[in-house]
Design a binder for this molecule. Structure first.
Ligand code: KAF
Ligand code: ZN
Length: 615
């Protein structure tokens, strides 16, 4: 069919841009309606599995933990090696394992859809949103510029973790076991600040305790954030936002707890959905989500196809950018969350360490997720290699290892991270973490600030109005022009660069280099921590040779050569599949309902063997 408009030859660049955007269909290009439905069903099934997954206690299968808050709190708060392992492994058994098959089907359909629209694969389509021919090259350069800083942080944290967990569990030259970094995915490490604090005798700059002490709740956190946006001359949240936002996890229904911001493209109807907890990390997340809303409000006058971020990284950067000012000790002191404010280089290092655990620790993670996904989409990583390739990247970039052996036939650890089943691209966060520092530097200098970048609160500058209106001007453009145009409005520059983030962390870089004089930077890829099979709910095959992890038992797939992991006696109970019994005497088994079905057999585990005893 000939096109009705010869838009490719239009002379007005804006109208031409509009046409090029509305003629791109993405996955909606899938013409076969049955397949389109199948694709949508796969996506909702994956989201459902992710948002309802639970890990149940080995010794009490009726007590189960949700990801949020249960398992996330466990990862954040526990310093018990095996408890952390239970939470880490339990989540991967509950979510990832059940998603591998669905995900590979999804990849096929998604590729088929975008191919109908002229793209080679889904990754290529996603990258096209950046309108940057050498995007991958540019990102790789930035990543290389930042890697020395990451390696220094990694080596310092590894040394501190040896102090906590011992040299057997954390090797001084190895990658770090993935469950010890305070976060389910080891993506940000702020929760282990207390284990790695550089100067423990100097004031803490973590405001969580103070928030709790002052009786903060979710609404108050949102109010504080809204006030800051106003102070910076941005558009306040509209009344309906306050009525329609979901601030906390409801107790009457299941919800997707992963935070999100929603633009209904109608009458300023914008909302956030978040299961807010009262702590510093979530205070930053509130700003992050509100940044999305602010962008929605600023570009609301644009035609629909332009109501998007200049590129996806911009959308992710807005709230984080403002949070960089809010997080400074000076600002936290101003809003009453930090009682004492002292000017001391050691306190500065404490503060920069806390920021590095959030911002620097994240960089390799933010970079690798889509390295993995792009290769899955372009076919160079096939389904049988999903998990192996995932861990290759996790070890190569982040310097972490799985704390328990992975099973390539069953485990699908990429699926345990929300954005994979939810099919949300991730490189945007890497871009955001880089450009938010460039934006911050620009805002600070526009506001008239001249000191150290990490101490800048743009709202304290004499010319903060200038900074605020430039920011608004950039946001108001939406996606109406290629991103370098918008970037230039605020920064005067047209390129992404690692320079601002390196400048921000300069004092910490010097300090870390001194701390690490005797450390080996980097990690040798061969090392893995010892794994205590029985200690973490696993059991050993009858023939004694092999450890079977809890989730491998009675799953219908033979893991033991003698098939004892699928032994019908072990697996059948009156109410279906058995859970794992870790009993140390027959009496305990006696009281369990297994005995009703098998009155003459008692079985129990020792450290090496499953014993079956005839009574
Ligand atoms: C960012 C900041 C600090 C730490 C870590 C990150 C990365 C990332 C993460 O792994 O937690 N952050 C988020 O996922 C925050 C959620 C969101 O605001 O980015 C959200 C993700 C999402 C949720 C549901 C459907 C699609 C995407 N994004 C948005 O709500 C959004 C993004 C663009 C435009 C409008 C809304
Ligand atoms: Zn976001």
């Amino acid at each position: 069919m000939p096109p009705e408009y010869d838009w490719e030859n239009f002379s007005n660049v804006t109208v031409k841009r509009l046409f090029s955007m509305i003629t791109t269909l993405g996955t909606a290009a899938l013409e076969d309606e049955e397949k389109l439905e199948q694709l949508n069903n796969l996506l909702s099934e994956m989201e459902e599995i992710y948002s309802t997954g639970q890990a149940c206690e080995y010794d009490d299968p009726k007590t189960c933990l949700d990801l949020n808050p249960g398992l996330e709190d466990c990862m954040a708060d526990s310093t018990d090696y095996n408890r952390l392992l239970f939470c880490w492994e339990g989540w991967r058994d509950a979510a990832g394992r059940r998603l591998g098959d669905l995900y590979s089907q999804f990849v096929e359909l998604s590729n088929e859809a975008v191919r109908a629209d002229g793209w080679n694969d889904t990754g290529e389509y996603w990258r096209s949103w950046y309108e940057t021919a050498d995007l991958q090259q540019q990102l790789e350069t930035i990543y290389q510029d930042l890697q020395p800083l990451y390696q220094n942080l990694h080596a310092y944290v590894r040394r501190k973790l040896i102090n906590t967990y011992g040299a057997e569990m954390v090797n001084a030259e190895g990658p770090i076991p993935a469950h010890l970094l305070g976060n389910m995915w080891a993506q940000t490490w702020g929760n282990i600040y207390k284990l790695v604090i550089p100067f423990p005798n100097k004031p803490s700059i973590d405001v969580t305790d103070e928030m709790v002490r002052q009786g903060y709740d979710a609404r108050r956190m949102f109010n504080l954030s809204d006030e800051f946006f106003r102070e910076m001359g941005q558009i306040p949240m509209p009344g309906s936002f306050w009525d329609r936002t979901m601030f906390v996890r409801p107790d009457d229904r299941e919800v997707v707890c992963h935070a999100s911001a929603w633009d209904f493209y109608l009458d300023n109807d914008v909302r956030i959905k978040m299961c807010t907890k009262v702590n510093q990390e979530d205070l930053v997340t509130v700003h992050h989500e509100m940044g999305h809303i602010e962008y929605f409000l600023q570009y609301a006058h644009q035609p629909l196809p332009f109501r998007e971020g200049a590129n996806p990284g911009f959308h992710e950067a807005v709230g984080d950018l403002l949070a960089l000012s809010v997080s400074t000790p000076a600002h936290l002191n101003k809003v009453g969350l930090l009682p004492e404010l002292v000017d001391d280089p050691e306190v500065d290092i404490n503060f920069l360490m806390q920021m590095a655990l959030e911002k620097i620790a994240f960089l390799p993670f933010g970079y690798l997720i889509d390295q993995w996904r792009w290769r899955v989409f372009d076919g160079s990583t096939t389904k049988d290699k999903y998990n192996e390739e995932w861990w290759k990247l996790r070890t190569q970039y982040q310097g972490i290892v799985p704390p328990v052996p992975r099973n390539p036939d069953k485990d699908f650890d990429a699926g345990s991270k929300y954005h994979v089943p939810a099919n949300t691209p991730y490189i945007r966060y890497f871009v955001s973490f880089v450009i938010q520092f460039q934006f911050h530097e620009a805002m600070c200098s526009l506001s008239g600030y001249t000191g150290d970048l990490h101490k800048c609160d743009a709202s304290a500058g004499a010319m903060k109005d200038v900074a605020g209106s430039r920011l608004a001007e950039m946001l108001r453009m939406g996606k109406s022009q290629p991103w370098p145009e918008a970037f230039e409005v605020l920064t005067g520059d047209r390129e992404m660069s690692a320079a601002a983030i390196l400048q921000y962390f300069a004092p910490l870089i010097d300090w870390l280099e001194k701390q690490n004089e005797n450390e080996t930077l980097g990690w040798n890829n061969g090392w893995t921590p010892p794994y205590d099979c029985e200690g973490t709910g696993g059991f050993t095959c009858l023939e004694g040779s092999r450890c079977v992890r809890p989730a491998d038992k009675c799953d219908g797939i033979q893991d033991c050569d003698d098939n004892s992991d699928e032994d019908p006696i072990l697996c059948e109970t009156p109410n279906g599949r058995s859970s794992i019994y870790r009993a140390f005497s027959c009496d305990m088994i006696y009281s369990g309902n297994n005995m009703e079905a098998y009155p003459d057999i008692c079985f129990f585990f020792t450290s090496k063997h499953l014993l079956t005893i005839k009574l």
